[in-house]
Design a protein around this ligand. Structure first.
Ligand code: C5P
Length: 225
């Protein structure tokens, strides 16, 4: 009997370091990588391009089915194409994250993205990053991690990232946005942000990225056979 393709899920609130840790872990394991937040962000961007009303869930669900998202590595950089256009920069904006979080609260949108996310599970393995990877999308994952960090630390990291990109934002405003987005993600009725019962919690406050990656990889069993 063939063994299932191994999956490492990395869930947690925004700014806990999931993206960087997941990409590095995938590269060290030689596994595929799923950035599930990018799918919700892509639907948000497509909805805003089409000028859809956020109060019209039926239109947003149709948009979810119709939105084509492609991940391509160009000159060593991951670029994300939405309906054929390179939307990488727009996808990263804090406003896109907030839009994604509003859309992600609609149960039919989540259902529409379920199989698309599961299709990323291919040999030799998958690192999946998001909010509900270990609870809903890959409940049978081999290893589940939940990354946290204090809200101030997460806002500080986001602030530094944006500063490096030449985007100037006010720290207090960023902290407020992060707290509001976390509250919405944690309080929604469908697939709320919470650790799976069998997830290992890692508080990344004060840890370097390398230290976190090492701790995460130490949890992944070597594959037999
Ligand atoms: O992880 P990222 O910040 O890109 O996610 C953007 C938003 O998409 C989150 O705030 C959350 O509302 C939603 N999301 C989700 N489930 C996931 C990944 C992201 O609801 N698995």
């Amino acid at each position: 009997m063939s063994t299932p393709v191994p999956v490492l899920t990395i869930d947690g609130p925004s700014g806990a370091g999931k993206g960087t840790v997941s990409r590095l872990a995938a590269s060290r394991l030689g596994w595929h990588y799923l950035d599930s937040g990018a799918l919700y962000r892509a639907v948000g961007v497509a909805a805003s391009w089409a000028d859809l009303d956020l109060a019209d869930p039926a239109a947003l669900v149709r948009c979810t089915f119709d939105t084509d998202v492609r991940f391509s590595e160009i000159d060593g950089n991951l670029r994300i194409f939405v309906n054929g256009s390179d939307a990488t920069d727009e996808l990263r904006l804090e406003t896109t994250g907030t839009l994604a979080s509003a859309i992600a609260a609609i149960p039919e949108v989540r259902a529409a993205l379920k199989e698309r996310q599961r299709a990323f599970r291919r040999e030799p393995g998958l690192v999946a990053d998001g909010r509900d990877m270990g609870t809903v999308i890959f409940p049978d994952a081999t290893t589940k991690v939940f990354l946290t960090a204090s809200a101030e630390e997460r806002a500080r990291r986001r602030h530094n990232q944006l500063k490096e990109k030449g985007v100037s934002v006010i720290f207090d405003g960023l902290l407020r946005e992060i707290l509001a987005r976390d509250a919405r993600d944690a309080q929604r009725t469908v697939a709320p942000l919470k650790p799976a019962d069998d997830a290992v919690l890692i508080d990344t406050t004060g840890l370097s990225i390398e230290e976190v990656v090492d701790r995460v990889l130490a949890l992944v069993p070597a594959r037999a056979g």
